[in-house]
Design a protein. Structure first.
Length: 249
């Protein structure tokens, strides 16, 4: 059995948790009542995998290969695997595609001390990615790391934007929000639509070749207008340790 202490307190009113609130609250309530995390996740809604205790993973077998082979997802108690489970529910096609790409890379190259560019990018995506639909001026400012233009000059354009966090490690870190927490925005602008449509679009867009090119742009998420009260004061963006300029050539 799990325990109430296996999950920290989660503030479901945070704007970045909107996509996760409905299944997340139900699973968290079950865990707080003493249900093991894998059982709580299985009871919430169907997913492409069945969640199982971590001990299900055989010694010596890669986690991603085991999931691809068995459709079982080894799950540890705690917030990290809690959000991973929710991601399998909310983005089933994307998670399945990531697992297929990981398993294919492992089949081709085995497990080595150095993962290689595709597996590195797959890990970054799975742990820390976010999806942005936004007007082009916001995209241009983001890719240029022009933070003043992104968050101040074009601040009103954020009303036409939609940012959805995907990475389960990113969501876990935001349980204790800090200014420096940064998402890797996937450099492919999905159309606005339902979460299921976003999931299908991203899964279709993902490929090993595209990921090898590291298609990400950094975005300090607490800078997003409306996501953190302190950024209403524009001096919030003067922190060069967080809102870093582009790397020089």
């Amino acid at each position: 059995m799990g325990s109430a202490a296996s999950l920290p307190r989660i503030d479901w009113d945070r704007p970045w948790l909107k996509a996760w609130r409905e299944p997340g609250q139900r699973a968290a309530c079950a865990v707080s009542a003493g249900v093991a995390l894998h059982q709580a996740l299985n009871a919430v809604q169907p997913a492409p995998v069945c969640f199982a205790p971590q001990c299900t993973l055989p010694s010596g077998e890669a986690y991603e290969s085991f999931i691809a082979r068995t459709r079982l997802c080894p799950t540890r108690e705690g917030a990290h695997d809690f959000f991973n489970g929710l991601c399998w529910m909310r983005f089933p096609e994307t998670k399945r595609k990531l697992n297929q790409l990981q398993a294919a890379e492992i089949d081709a190259a085995g497990i080595a001390p150095v993962r290689g560019p595709v597996r590195d990018a797959l890990t970054v995506f799975d742990e820390n990615a976010a999806f942005l639909s936004a007007p082009q001026p916001l995209w241009d400012a983001l890719t240029a790391r022009d933070w003043k233009t992104l968050f101040i000059t074009h601040r009103a354009l954020w009303q036409q934007a939609r940012l959805v966090l995907f990475g389960h490690a990113l969501l876990e870190k935001l349980l204790a929000p800090r200014k420096a927490i940064t998402a890797h925005v996937y450099l492919a602008q999905p159309p606005l639509g339902t979460l299921a449509e976003l999931d299908a679009w991203v899964a279709a867009d993902l490929s090993a070749a595209k990921l090898a090119a590291k298609p990400f742009a950094p975005l300090p998420v607490l800078g997003v207008p409306g996501w953190w009260p302190e950024n209403a004061n524009f001096s919030f963006y003067d922190d060069s340790l967080v809102f870093r300029p582009p790397r020089s050539s």
